[in-house]
Design a protein around this ligand. Structure first.
Ligand SMILES: C[S@@+](CC[C@H](N)C(=O)[O-])C[C@H]1O[C@@H](n2cnc3c(N)ncnc32)[C@H](O)[C@@H]1O
Length: 318
C-alpha cells in the first residue's frame, strides 16, 4: 500500500525506479553496441558517461528499499560489461553523507559533485569545452516535485561538441508544473521546456495517475525502439505523444479555451436585422426583406470563417 497520497507516494517511487532501471538498461545496451563497433577509434571516447543532476542517496528510502538512480546505472553497467564513468550531483548535506557512504560500497567509477547542479554542471561543462572525441552520455534530471527544470544548465552540456550525442532524461510531474504556474511562479510550460532543450527526437511516457508523473527522453537519434514502446513511450510527433504533451502542458480550462470556437458578437454588427421574439423569424426593419436575410447569412459566414478554432502550438516543430 502507498504510504502517502502526496505528490510522491512510495508506490510511485517504486514504479519510477523500475521504469528508470529499464530505460537505463535499454540505453546502456545501445551504447554498448556503439562502443563495441567502434572500439579503438580516436574520434570516440571509449567510456560511456552518466550524469545524475539529482543523485539523492543512491538508495530508495522507505518501504522495501532498493537502489536509487545514482547506483542503478553503474550496477547495470557492471552486469552488461559497459565501461562507465558516473558524475553524481547532490546539494543536501545529510543526503550527500549517505551518498558518499553508499558509493563507497558500490562497484564503478564515480565522481561526486557536491552542491547545486546549477553551479556544478557548468563547471563540468567547462572541463570538456575543448574535448573533441564524442562522449556517449546520459543526463538525468529527477528533481523534487516543485523543482524548476534548469534548461539553461542542461543546455550548457548539450551545446558542447563532445556531448552532441548526449541523451537527456527528465522525470517530472506535469500537474506540479501547472500548479506552480497557477500560483504565479515564473515557470515555463512543459512544451516550452521541450523546445528549450532543443533535441530532434522527443519521447514522452504515458502520464501516471493524478500527479501526471512522466519520463521525457530527448535524443538526436531515433532511439525509440520496442523496449521504449513497451514502457509506454511515444514520440511527440505521433498523435498519442502529442496529446500527452498537450495534457501535461496546459490546464483543462486552457485546453478547452483553445478548442472552443468563439461565437460572433452579433450586437457589434451594424445593420443587423433583429429577430422577432414572437415569430422567431427576421423582424424589425428588415422583416420580410430578402436582402436582410441574405445580409445576415453573409455576415454569419464571414464571422464563422474568422471564428475557426485556433490550432494548438506547433508540435511539428519538435
Ligand atoms: C527526487 S530526489 C532524487 C532521487 C534519485 N534520483 C533517485 O532516483 O534515487 C531529488 C534530489 O535532488 C536533490 N536536489 C534538489 N535540487 C538540487 C539542485 N539544485 N542541485 C543538486 N541537487 C538537488 C535533493 O536534495 C534530492 O536529494
Amino acid at each position: 500500500m502507498p504510504k502517502s497520497k502526496g505528490v510522491r507516494s512510495s508506490q510511485h517511487t517504486a514504479k519510477k525506479e523500475s521504469d528508470f532501471h529499464s530505460i537505463a538498461g535499454a540505453w546502456l545496451a545501445i551504447v554498448k553496441r556503439i562502443l563495441t563497433k567502434h572500439s579503438g577509434k580516436s574520434w570516440l571516447y571509449q567510456v560511456a558517461q552518466y550524469i545524475d543532476m539529482n543523485a539523492g542517496t543512491g538508495w530508495q528510502e522507505g518501504d522495501g528499499g532498493g537502489l536509487g538512480s545514482a547506483l542503478i546505472v553503474p550496477d547495470l553497467a557492471q552486469t552488461l560489461h559497459v565501461p562507465l564513468q558516473c558524475y553524481l550531483c547532490e546539494m543536501h548535506p545529510p543526503t550527500l553523507d549517505r551518498l558518499f557512504e553508499n558509493v563507497a560500497m558500490a562497484r564503478g567509477s564515480f565522481e561526486i559533485l557536491e552542491g547545486d547542479h546549477r553551479e556544478r554542471i557548468p563547471e563540468l561543462a567547462a572541463r570538456w569545452a575543448l574535448e573533441r572525441a564524442l562522449r556517449y552520455t546520459l543526463l538525468y534530471f529527477d528533481g523534487n516535485a516543485d523543482s524548476e527544470i534548469p534548461t539553461a544548465t542542461i543546455r550548457c552540456l548539450t551545446e558542447l561538441d563532445c556531448l552532441r550525442k548526449m541523451d537527456v532524461l527528465l522525470h517530472v510531474s506535469g500537474n506540479s508544473i501547472k500548479r506552480a504556474r497557477g500560483k504565479g511562479l515564473e515557470r515555463s510550460r512543459l512544451d516550452q521546456i521541450v523546445a528549450e532543450i532543443g533535441k530532434q527526437h522527443v519521447h514522452i511516457q504515458r502520464p501516471d495517475a493524478k500527479w501526471q508523473w512522466t519520463f521525457l527522453l530527448f535524443s538526436d537519434s531515433p532511439i525509440l525502439n520496442d523496449k521504449f514502446r513497451k514502457l509506454d513511450f511515444r514520440n511527440v510527433k505521433e498523435t498519442q505523444g502529442r496529446e500527452w504533451l498537450e495534457r501535461l502542458s496546459y490546464t483543462k480550462p486552457e485546453l478547452e479555451a483553445q478548442r472552443q470556437p468563439t461565437l460572433p458578437d452579433f450586437s457589434a454588427i451594424p445593420h443587423l436585422p433583429r429577430v422577432s421574439p414572437a415569430s422567431g423569424i427576421l423582424g424589425g426593419e428588415s422583416a420580410g426583406d430578402e436582402t436582410g436575410g441574405r445580409h445576415l447569412r453573409a455576415v454569419q459566414k464571414e464571422e464563422g470563417d474568422r471564428a475557426a478554432p485556433p490550432t494548438l502550438p506547433g508540435m511539428g516543430d519538435f
